[in-house]
Design a protein around this ligand. Sequence first.
Ligand SMILES: *Cc1c(COP(=O)(O)O)cnc(C)c1O
Length: 400
Amino acid sequence: MTDLFKELIPPTRLMLTPGPSSVDPRVSRVMATPVVGHLDPWFKNMMDDVQAMLRLAFQTDNRVTYPISASGSGGIEAAVVNPLEAGDEAIVCVNGFFSERMAVIAERTPAKIHRLEAPYGTTVDPNDVRRVGKGRKIKFVGLAHGETSTGVVQNLDLYRQVADELGALLVVDAVATLAGVPLNIDKQRIDICFSGTQKAISAPPGMSPMTINARAEEVFRTRKTPVQSWYFDMTTALNYWGKDRLYHHTPPVTLIYGLREALRLVLEEGLPARWERHLQNQHALIAGLEAMGLELFVKNPKDRLPTVTAVCVPAGIEDAKVRNQLLDEFNIEIAGGFGPIKGKIWRVGLMGFSSQRNHVLLFLAAFEKVLLDQGFHVPAGAGVGAAVRSYLQPVAVGAR
Ligand SMILES: *Cc1c(COP(=O)(O)O)cnc(C)c1O
């Protein structure tokens, strides 16, 4: 416990985790402004800003675009329970912890779920989806764009093509990719998509931006049974975020202020510049890690998620000891692995405000010092040197 009689002063950490990312001071500042009522005309106007900016970030004209009052996992839940009812079948591509969560949530509905698994660190083969879906009436194909637990990105267009062949909706978890990795909802024809505020958007955790297209809306409207979850039933929640602005639940007013400012930062920078920044900083990080003699977990470079890099823990080094020292000595937080890869990888997030050159160089220098202390031999200055050299050769965006 902290001392209950003392003012709370959280440490200032640099969050190089797969979320939450560090927050721009502009976002923190706006969150210290007065709370207003959620039915206040001023607030309702402000909701329009947030919806308009979310449409720009998602690159969509979808009417139904708003942040739901829940973390990214709530986004998964809403995306899955709204389309599914008894008698339906769906396919979920599982290549890590978060895509597995989508399967677990879907399996709690009365629908029949086909899980398609791929080893951690790889992508799910779209041909497997084709094979399993053949001859069945599949309601949706679900997958994680960026699988944060392993640092893998998947090419959405391949799954869209298969979903088209199956006549299925495409449900995409973009929690770790929106505003960090190229994603275009309308052009890529993604029917249901959700994200999280605390990853590449770099607002505090607690909201899940969501967008659904007209085709998915029609599926929701023609359900035979009510959605199993009252809170996540998008047809009723929309009365608040829709034209009528009717009370549904009290939204986190202060978080919405923060999200508005974070989205302003996203749009001021511009999506292409932002994607390029994420890619370049990750390339520098990778150059540095490899120069230090470390190995990446995702072997195929085109499968590497630009926002989260998974590094193998070298033999003889203890995962937690390294992370603890980084935190205690340098105020830098990175993450370990979970599930079958617990203790085997570190995950370094470079998302939103956290994705900065100076953070990459600071991290590599600190990481080298900690690894040396823990008994892993690193050639002095190798990581930082390689990272700096990589900045001299900017990479082209759009390669992914
Ligand atoms: C972080 C994350 C989630 C879960 O988000 P929470 O805010 O922790 O509930 C889901 N999917 C992906 C891909 C994530 O990275």
